[in-house]
Every structure is written in structure tokens, then in C-alpha cells.
Write a protein that binds this ligand. Structure first.
Ligand SMILES: NC(=O)c1ccc[n+]([C@@H]2O[C@H](COP(=O)([O-])OP(=O)(O)OC[C@H]3O[C@@H](n4cnc5c(N)ncnc54)[C@H](OP(=O)(O)O)[C@@H]3O)[C@@H](O)[C@H]2O)c1
Length: 304
């Protein structure tokens, strides 16, 4: 059995050449989530052996379960797509948020270290306070304004402290056009229901098409990237501009989306940072181009 002592053998970039041909094993935690499902797809297409474990199969907050799963599967790469992502639920239950978003990654980092695996962890734009007045680069100071952001920051730090070999990929404003909570799907549903839609102009970010992110994560692994990266859709926009683009690109009436500011809307438990667009060394295509492709997929029959 390949069990290594702490930090004994960090992977070197050359280990990753022709990685698909070598059929390396990848364990995905949180594989039933929005990103987890796309990561699985991207890796299977790339020729990897994928062990995809949803929440029901692996609870990342259970250190013994994590250790056993990793020891049994002996993956070369562990991808953490598990998280508590409901920002208001995190605010209402900080203990649960820290358990999933901070203890979970620590458990995975510990297990990765024991088998000498690379841990790929997914972070968020919510580690920033949104007050910089421009896009955030990787080295900018962090200062989360809500429990979700603080718990996710603690998760990143746990990974950096514990895993000898890690890649932290911070991303933002995920959408896929699928799933109950998806932003694009929600806007389409409201438009089709004839409801008035008010969207805020004073929250700005980098909309990111999940399949683009999943492919980018696979590429970063194959290129031997390490450390902390920002990977998000190119450019930035407000929630209002994004919702209008959803309407326009899907052939609906953008005028049905009305502008608002956060203070006009009913208060929510968690404060939202104002402008948290991300820039980094691995920019994805412009958010409008990706959104058009997403909506073409929806039109072609993807369920929304
Ligand atoms: N969504 C965004 O806009 C966004 C933006 C920036 C960064 N991110 C980050 O991107 C990553 C993926 O997010 P996503 O949008 O794919 O979230 P998601 O759709 O909510 O998926 C998260 C998955 O984690 C699972 N999970 C929760 N607690 C778990 C536990 N204790 N053990 C194992 N699995 C658990 C969830 O299962 P249940 O549904 O059963 O709880 C769910 O399947 C997260 O790290 C998130 O912080 C997301």
C-alpha cells in the first residue's frame, strides 16, 4: 500500500505529463453538487479513473470516513467540490458552516498527505470584502464579510497548512443552466412565470460557466499548477446586467428585469460583498460568450 509520511513526496510537474494515458485515479468529494458533476464529466472525458462520492457516500466532516475512503481508493488526486454554499444558511448556522467548509477540507488535506495525493480545493470570491473598487488578484488581502466567506477562508488555510501538495482554485458566481438553485434557471423560470424581476446593480462579480471551470481545473492539474489561483469568467457585471443578458440571449424581453440596489430589497441574514470580480493567470472566456453557450444548451433541451 502506498502510504507516505507527512510531506514525504510532493508531486513534481513531470508526474503529470500524459496523465490521461496513465489513467490516474481521481477521487471527487461532493460529486453530486453543481461543480462536482461537471468535474466528473470533464475527467471521464479526459480518460481519468474517477471515484465520484456524493454527500451520501462520503461526509467530509467525518475524519475517519475520509481517511478510510482515501486509503481504500489510493487516488493520485483528490478534488474537493463539497461545501455548504447557501450563504444565508451559513450565517444562521456558523457551526455547521465551519464544519463543512473548514473541517471538511482539513480532513481531506490530512488524508491527501497520508497517501501523497494532490488536493485540489475550490475557494470563493467571498474571501474578499468587495470594497477594493476593482477586480481582485490572488495576492490581494482577504477580509470576508460573512460566515460563508470566513468558513471558506478557514478551509483554504487548512489546506495550505496541512496538505503538502495542493491547488486552491478560487472562483465566483457559478451557473450551469441546470438545477433548482441555478441563477440562470431561476431568471428563466421567473421570466416565463410573468413575474416582476428586480435585480441589484450594486453587487458585481465574475459569472462563471461551470463546464468552463471544470475543464480549466483539469487543465491546471495536467499542467502541474500548484498554490492558489483565481479562475472565473472573463470580465465582470452586476446581477442586474447578468439577468438582463439571460433574458436577451434567450430571446425574452430584457426590459422585464428592473434595476434595484441591495438596500431596496428585503434584508437577508448574510451581508453580500459589493464587487468581488476575480482576475488571475488562468482567465476563462468572456462571461457573455459562455452565457450564450449555456443558453444554447438550455434551448437545445437541457432541462431548466
Ligand atoms: N455556487 C457558487 O456561485 C460558487 C461561487 C464561488 C465558489 N463556489 C465554491 O465552489 C464549490 C462548489 O460549489 P457548487 O456551486 O457546486 O455547490 P453545490 O452545488 O451546493 O454543491 C456542494 C455539494 O457539497 C455537498 N456537501 C455538503 N456538505 C457535505 C459534506 N459534509 N460532505 C460531503 N459533501 C457535502 C452538497 O451535498 P448536499 O446538497 O446533500 O448538502 C453538494 O452536493 C464550493 O467549494 C463553493 O464554495 C461556489
Amino acid at each position: 500500500m502506498r502510504v507516505l509520511s507527512a510531506g514525504a513526496r510532493p508531486w513534481k510537474a513531470r508526474d503529470w505529463q500524459n496523465v490521461a494515458e496513465k489513467k490516474m485515479k481521481v477521487l471527487i468529494a461532493g460529486s453530486s453538487g453543481q461543480l462536482g458533476q461537471e468535474l466528473r464529466r470533464a475527467l471521464v472525458v479526459g480518460g481519468y479513473k474517477v471515484a465520484a462520492l456524493g454527500h451520501g457516500e462520503l461526509d467530509v466532516t467525518d475524519p475517519e470516513a475520509v481517511r478510510q475512503a482515501v486509503e481504500r481508493m489510493q487516488p493520485e488526486v483528490i478534488l474537493n467540490a463539497a461545501a455548504m454554499t447557501d450563504v444565508d444558511a451559513c450565517e444562521n448556522d456558523p457551526e455547521a458552516a465551519f464544519r463543512v467548509n473548514a473541517l471538511g477540507p482539513r480532513n481531506l488535506a490530512q488524508a491527501a498527505r497520508e497517501v501523497g495525493a494532490l488536493l485540489v480545493h475550490v475557494g470563493t470570491d467571498h474571501v474578499f470584502d468587495g470594497e477594493k473598487g476593482g477586480p481582485y488578484a490572488v495576492g490581494d488581502p482577504v477580509n470576508p464579510v460573512n460566515v460563508y466567506g470566513r468558513s471558506k477562508l478557514a478551509g483554504e488555510e487548512a489546506v495550505r497548512e496541512t496538505a503538502p501538495d495542493f491547488l486552491v482554485v478560487r472562483t465566483a458566481w457559478l451557473y450551469s443552466g441546470r438545477g433548482q438553485k441555478d441563477f440562470v434557471r431561476t431568471v428563466l423560470t421567473l421570466l416565463d412565470a410573468g413575474e416582476e424581476i428586480r435585480m441589484v446593480e450594486d453587487q458585481v462579480g465574475s459569472p462563471t460557466f461551470v463546464p468552463d471551470l471544470a475543464r480549466a481545473i483539469r487543465s491546471l492539474v495536467e499542467e502541474g499548477a500548484r498554490g492558489t489561483w483565481h479562475v472565473a469568467g472573463g470580465g465582470e457585471c452586476s446581477r442586474f446586467a447578468l439577468a438582463r443578458a439571460v433574458a436577451e440571449f434567450s430571446g425574452r424581453d430584457p426590459e422585464r428585469i428592473r434595476p434595484a440596489v441591495t438596500a431596496d430589497l428585503p434584508p437577508r441574514p448574510a451581508r453580500r460583498p459589493r464587487r468581488t470580480s476575480l482576475v488571475g493567470r488562468a482567465p476563462l472566456r468572456d462571461w457573455r460568450e459562455a452565457l450564450r453557450e449555456c443558453l444554447e444548451g438550455v434551448r437545445a433541451g437541457a432541462k431548466y
